[in-house]
Design a protein around this ligand. Sequence first.
Ligand code: G1P
Length: 292
Amino acid sequence: MGAKVKKAVFPVGGMGTRFLPATKALPKEMLPVVDKPLIQYAVEEAFAAGIEEFIFVTGRGKSAIEDHFDHSFELERMLQDRGKAEMIEVATSMMPRAGSIAYTRQMEPQGLGHAVWCARHLVGDEPFAVLLADDLILSKTACLKQMVEAQSRMGGNMIAVMDVPAEHTNRYGILSPGFAHDNLVEVKGLVEKPKPEDAPSNKAVIGRYILQPEVFELLEKQEPGAGNEIQLTDSLAAMIGGQPFFGLTFEGERFDCGDKLGFLQATIAYALARDDMGEGLRDYLRELTPTL
Ligand code: G1P
């Protein structure tokens, strides 16, 4: 039913103040979980979902991200000369085809809604995905792929949702749920970061969206909301009713890598899942446990 989703927007302009001092000179999206930067996980997830064009909304001090998705001839030459050709594959495995990656700059930190709006000309008049690299999702099937499949059946807008503890509603966009069927829930309302006593539910928006291009017209006129920022959630709320709008309770475990504890949990979960270090880490954790 829905047109094929070919483009993804990665808002990567945020300052990462929650991770200072690590993020003083390093973009927070380049922080590695085990050995891969957060942004590469997001790009790989989009790739697995069939995305063909990758649009980054960046900002000052983020050029390391551009370098990451490009050749480093010095590095590749050095690896070749030292007989480590297999590492070249590791260093270059996730590079979108030349011309399928585009960068635009947000120029002013005015919020997520503003960041997405900055991509309007690059997206044009077609449905598109948004991925927030802070939200890392460990799953059997890439979360965005699960969403693309569901959205192709339902059409309209789709967001990833997850139940959160009632006391955490002020960290998320929260939805008013309508009818629910299997892992889909109708979105009847959306509010950004409500206090627990004002929250319509404990169903939170996680940083994966499939959106119709009409959102750009709403973002264009969007007044600042929570935190005095242009909120994507507010423009999405204005789209409810006009077209199908569903939340998908995805299969997988989500880690908030914008938070230090969440980041640490992600590191442990991803390392435990790895063949080359899972066992070693498991032994270490067992050694530690009696002392905790
Ligand atoms: C953003 C969105 C929020 C969403 C969250 C998911 O908030 O504004 O609606 O629930 O991402 O991680 P942020 O975490 O950027 O403050």
